[in-house]
Design a protein around this ligand. Structure first.
Ligand SMILES: Cc1cc2nc3c(=O)[nH]c(=O)nc-3n(C[C@H](O)[C@H](O)[C@H](O)COP(=O)(O)OP(=O)(O)OC[C@H]3O[C@@H](n4cnc5c(N)ncnc54)[C@H](O)[C@@H]3O)c2cc1C
Length: 328
């Protein structure tokens, strides 16, 4: 086993997920403790050009698995590809982002490689070669710390936006190793027949640096329009509480919370959301939380950085107008 830290770079349509750059910065910290280097793994189709990008964010070497069969994420072929890269690179630890893809892939790869696994870590450090992983539990009420044995491969998925990415260095050329992967018998069982992209063009709630989220108080899908307008001027995404999704105002793909998605944006604006514990589980890691609610006792104000006791239907359009004016 080497002392290197391998980062799985998540990409879609040849666009790297920003959280992967955060992993490269974290990997650099860990590699400085092991005395190893940061390496990257990119899987996809026509993605060789992304190696330079990962190098500019700190990867000293990038393993590339490029092929038609990797055009779209499918759990089994991607697990075979990452496992093949692990066999080549023999890293001390593998870091993967906590996304739907990351969770799916990490558990499969850890099982195949008989590795120790920690999911959705918010802190990671090395102690005597063991990975010390902290993650929140019970809807964010507790955090638990785990020690992963350094005598075996260690795999960790890391929550987005907890660690900062470094500024990319310009003019860096990657050291690339192409890895040829032979897919196994079971790898072809699942085929992608059609990919239907969301027509809105608005970001996924886990990908926005800004999330504008609405609750049951929006009262209709139509009324969510004002949140989309605010999200648009802030280049953000739109989220919703479970009550709003259950009522059909927004699809469940936008639901934030215990049974929805976990978001950690730089700015989360809660519009007419009460702040139930199950909702907080999905957003309390946000850097700045702004709450707009007519009820000053609403629990959301307990976690809010800034609170505004007001009617969202009056405040949200004003915010959109003012931000548009400031942006010129
Ligand atoms: C097992 C389990 C899992 C769950 N998972 C989730 C989850 O993942 N995500 C989630 O969100 N919930 C989840 N819930 C549900 C959760 O408990 C709450 O019921 C839900 O979050 C409430 O949504 P809400 O805040 O939009 O609605 P409400 O509780 O109805 O709150 C509406 C808020 O809007 C305010 N308001 C009303 N009108 C206005 C106005 N004009 N302007 C400003 N403010 C106004 C009110 O004062 C109130 O605070 C879960 C529950 C369980 C039991």
């Amino acid at each position: 086993m080497t002392n290197n830290i391998l980062v799985f770079i998540e990409q879609r349509e040849s666009k790297i997920l920003p959280a992967s750059f955060q992993l490269l910065a974290l990997a650099e910290q860990l590699a400085s403790e092991t005395g190893g280097e940061v390496q990257a793994c990119i899987v996809g189709q026509s993605i060789a050009g992304l190696a330079d990008t990962s190098a500019s964010y700190g990867a000293k070497k990038t393993y590339v698995v490029d092929g038609e069969e990797f055009a779209y994420y499918r759990a089994s072929p991607y697990a075979t590809a990452l496992s093949a890269v692990i066999d080549k690179a023999d890293p001390k630890a593998v870091l993967i982002s906590t996304t739907f893809m990351g969770r799916d892939l990490a558990s499969r790869v850890a099982a195949r490689k008989k590795a120790a696994l920690a999911i959705d870590c918010t802190q990671l450090k090395l102690e005597g070669g063991d990975l010390i992983a902290t993650k929140t539990m019970y809807a964010g009420k507790f955090s638990a710390t785990f020690r992963l044995s350094g005598s075996q491969l260690q795999v960790a998925t890391v929550r987005s936006n907890v660690f900062a990415a470094k500024e990319p260095q310009s003019g860096v050329t990657a050291t690339v190793e192409n890895v040829a992967v032979t897919l196994g018998e079971g790898d072809g069982r699942l085929k992608v027949k059609e990919v239907v992209a969301s027509s809105s063009g608005i970001k996924d709630v886990t990908e926005g640096d800004v999330v504008v989220s609405g609750g049951r108080s929006l009262k209709s899908e139509e009324n969510f329009k004002i949140l989309f307008q605010l999200a648009e001027v802030l280049d953000g995404a739109v989220g919703a509480s479970r009550a709003a999704c259950d009522a059909g105002y927004q699809p469940h793909t936008r639901q934030v919370g215990l049974t929805g998605k976990v978001v950690t944006p730089k700015l989360y604006i809660a519009c007419g959301i009460d702040g139930a514990i199950q909702l907080l589980a999905g957003m309390r890691g946000s850097k700045v939380i702004v709450a707009i609610n007519t009820k000053k006792e609403a629990p959301i104000f307990k976690v809010a950085t800034y609170g505004c006791v007001a009617d969202l239907f009056a405040i949200v359009p004003l915010l959109t107008e003012e931000i548009t004016r400031l942006k010129g």
